[in-house]
Design a protein around this ligand. Structure first.
Ligand SMILES: Nc1ncnc2c1ncn2[C@@H]1O[C@H](COP(=O)(O)OP(=O)(O)OP(=O)(O)O)[C@@H](O)[C@H]1O
Ligand SMILES: [Mg+2]
Length: 463
């Protein structure tokens, strides 16, 4: 479908403004015109009425036939003579004219009927007022008609209309200028937003609109836009750090691998030596595979593309299996593991991911508890969720460390943990798994009191 060409909002706003004010002005002008016409016609009618009543007072019934008696009480006569557009005439009952005062172009076809009529068109128009001449018995003896030419009135009205029609375009032009000004003022912040947005790319994500105006629609738009940029920038930074940390983490074992291979290849060796080196290389490669699996999981989690199959899981079974698997490591470090778990602990989740979650937390507990220490695993159920508490003895962690515990690649003491072989991803993965299950994970610690992890998970719906 071809796109309809769009006028810029600025132009559309101005056009609407001009159109509406034009309509308004037009309506107002028309109203004014009709009002003036009405007022002028009313004044003409009043003059006609006065003239007819005065003339009636001067009519004399000579031998039963009416005639004007021009006396000094007939001020009309002299006045009418001076006015070219005014006339009064006296008629007999049969319509024959007896006498006429004033303008000779009196419309002859005025009907003999009490009241006002308008005759003729435009410049030739006349307003006529007719009244019967009655004798003492109230019988009609003749008619009096007064007429005024509407030429002057029509000329005045025409002038009014011309003046209005001449000023209308000027007024509309002025409205257009004002409209452009107003639209421009209203839309300027949008232009600024557009320009800023256009300059933003990955390298300039720090840029903001920084709108200073009032908190109106545009202010909110600019503010929302800035907030969106904050989030994007934050996300982008984390992403960048993740990538460079990951690259760094991969490089170290690869460098070690390369070094070992070079040294081994430097001279011929006995088969047993090759075997020993290959064994060590295998361990490094295993570590690399674990690391890339962890990275893959985290990046899938970021894109919300983790493929998981939640089901009803007996968490007691899961925990028991993990504890059994870790027991040799605990024994090696002379750690006491106490688990207080009910036989059945129903949870809702993916068994593989839940295993990974608790394995990561318990693996840490075994790695970071000082030798001869204690690890406790407890579980508690409420109506809507279950909580697993994993506590280990030790010196505890400072608040600063606790804050970053779940960050990717975070290690509380890098030099120490490097030997333990951790990449600092275990808890980050644990947190992603918990979030996937819409649960919660947090850690508490106090000096000398060790560390406690609280993991909350949903229970199956039918429980
Ligand atoms: N139970 C604990 N007691 C004391 N410190 C802990 C405990 N659990 C984690 N930490 C600290 O938190 C850091 C982050 O743990 P995390 O499991 O994310 O990484 P890691 O164990 O170093 O490496 P990875 O788990 O990827 O092999 C650890 O390096 C450790 O310093
Ligand atoms: Mg760990």
């Amino acid at each position: 479908m071809p796109e309809r060409p769009h006028l810029p909002v600025r132009v559309r706003l101005t056009l609407w403004y001009v159109l509406l004010s034009g309509l308004l002005l037009g309506a107002f002008g028309l109203f004014q015109y009709l009002q003036t016409r009405q007022a002028l016609l009313e004044s003409v009618d009043t003059a006609l009425e006065v003239a007819v009543s005065q003339a009636l007072g001067s009519v004399d019934m000579e031998n039963g036939a009416p005639a004007f008696q021009v006396t000094e009480q007939f001020p009309l006569a002299s006045r009418l003579m001076l006015q070219s557009d005014f006339a009064v005439r006296l008629l007999r009952v049969d319509g024959r004219e007896v006498e006429r005062l004033g303008d000779a172009t009196f419309p002859a076809d005025a009907p003999l009927q009490t009241g006002f009529v308008t005759l003729g068109q435009g410049e030739e128009a006349w307003r006529v007022y007719t009244r019967p001449v009655l004798d003492t018995q109230g019988r009609t003896q003749g008619w009096i008609q007064a007429a005024q030419s509407l030429e002057a009135v029509n000329q005045t009205l025409a002038r009014l209309a011309t003046r209005f029609l001449l000023t209308l375009p000027l007024a509309l032009l002025l409205m257009g200028v004002i409209g452009v000004f107003l639209a421009d003022r209203a839309l300027r912040p949008i232009d600024r937003i557009t320009r800023t947005a256009a300059t933003i790319s990955a390298g300039t994500l720090t840029r903001r609109i920084g709108y200073q105006g009032p908190d109106d629609e545009l202010g909110r738009l600019a503010h929302t836009f800035d907030q969106m940029l904050d989030r994007l920038e934050d996300f982008f930074r984390r992403e960048q750090r993740f990538v460079s940390d990951a690259a760094h983490e991969l490089r170290t074992p690869l460098t070690v691998l390369k070094g070992q291979m070079e040294v081994t290849l430097a001279r011929p060796r006995k088969p047993s030596e090759y075997q020993r080196v290959l064994q060590s290389l295998l361990e490094q490669v295993d570590r690399l595979i674990r690391l890339s699996n962890a990275l893959l999981f985290l990046s899938r989690a970021d894109q919300q593309q983790v493929d998981w199959q939640p089901a009803r899981v007996n968490l007691s079974d899961v925990l028991a299996a993990i504890l059994e698997q870790l027991q040799p490591l605990a024994d090696e470090r002379r750690l006491t593991v106490q688990a207080e778990l009910p036989p059945v602990l129903p949870a809702w989740g993916d068994p593989d991911y839940l295993t990974r979650l608790f394995l990561n937390v318990l693996d840490n507990a075994i790695k970071y508890t000082p030798e001869g220490g204690l690890i406790q695993v407890q579980a508690e159920r409420s109506a809507a969720a279950l909580q697993v508490r994993i506590h280990n003895s030790g010196p505890g962690l400072p608040p600063e460390t606790l804050r970053h515990l779940f960050d990717r690649f975070y290690r509380a003491d890098a030099s120490r943990d490097r030997t333990a072989g951790g990449a600092g991803l275990g808890l980050a993965i644990a947190r992603e798994i918990v979030l996937l299950h819409k649960g919660d994970i947090r850690a508490e610690s106090a000096p000398g009191k060790g560390v406690t992890f609280f993991i909350t998970l949903p229970v199956p719906d039918d429980e």
